[in-house]
Design a protein around this ligand. Structure first.
Ligand code: SAM
Length: 225
């Protein structure tokens, strides 16, 4: 069976308590806001008890893309964050079915997790298909902000990569302009931006929007040395 079909089918099956405890941590917003000092730093050492490089997806949803990376790169750890516990239960089931040792998920509002990223602790960050939140009253929910860039530039190791993609052209151009003004990052490609993304396993939203005929717009930058 093709790998993409396996990943799609696994997303609908229920989850037992043991799998959940192994892969998924849920951090309440109220506790994060008032008692951040009681939460563990999100590093390879605290999450996996080893020193392997760590890659992060913010808003990983049902986790198909990140789990495929984890399966292909066992010498690296992967952390997926999403505010939706329902999506992460699907991601957890997938990680468990693939018996991944190098994958964990945190159900939490990413905005509140920023203090838990240690300097130079991440090898790569993925922000793929973030919710556009274009209406004025929802703008403050947007994930791609100058504050996110501050956090990522500190948390990435030198040369660490930050990959952003979306089908939403207006939001994409806004993010592109913001990153192009930021001297802490440089593009990893000669083109101003890339169209399409040919991963071995596509994320749920990439599949969805491409089925609707929308192009995937992407840029990737690295933290300057
Ligand atoms: C459009 S989906 C994309 C999911 C996945 N990256 C993909 O490509 O299939 C956006 C995801 O971001 C999550 N999200 C939105 N705001 C968030 C926040 N403040 N913190 C963490 N996750 C968030 C949503 O729950 C949702 O799963």
């Amino acid at each position: 069976m093709p790998r993409r079909t396996v990943f799609r089918r696994l997303a609908h099956i229920s989850l037992d308590q043991e799998m959940r405890e192994r892969y998924l941590m849920t951090f309440s917003s109220r506790w994060l806001y008032h008692h951040i000092q009681h939460f563990p730093m999100l590093t390879s050492q605290t999450l996996f008890a080893n020193q392997q490089p760590l890659e992060l997806e913010i808003g990983c949803g049902s986790g198909e893309f990140l789990c495929s990376l984890a399966q292909a790169n066992q010498a690296c750890n992967f952390l997926g964050i999403d505010i939706s516990e329902t999506a992460l239960l699907q991601a957890t089931h997938l990680a468990s079915t693939l018996a991944l040792e190098n994958m964990k998920f945190v159900a939490a509002n990413a905005h509140l997790l920023f203090p838990l990223f240690a300097p130079d602790s991440l090898q790569a960050v993925y922000l793929h298909f973030p919710d556009p939140n274009r209406r004025r009253k929802f703008r403050k929910r947007q994930l791609f902000t100058p504050m996110l860039l501050d956090v990522i530039s500190q948390a990435l190791s030198s040369g660490g990569r930050f990959s952003v993609m979306t089908d939403h052209r207006e939001y994409f151009l806004e993010m592109l302009e913001l990153i192009e003004r930021d001297a802490r990052f440089e593009k990893t490609h000669a083109e101003r931006y890339l169209s399409g993304f040919d991963a071995p396993v596509l994320s749920r939203y990439q599949r969805l929007w491409e089925r609707h005929g929308l192009a995937t717009l992407r840029f990737e930058v690295r933290k300057r040395l």
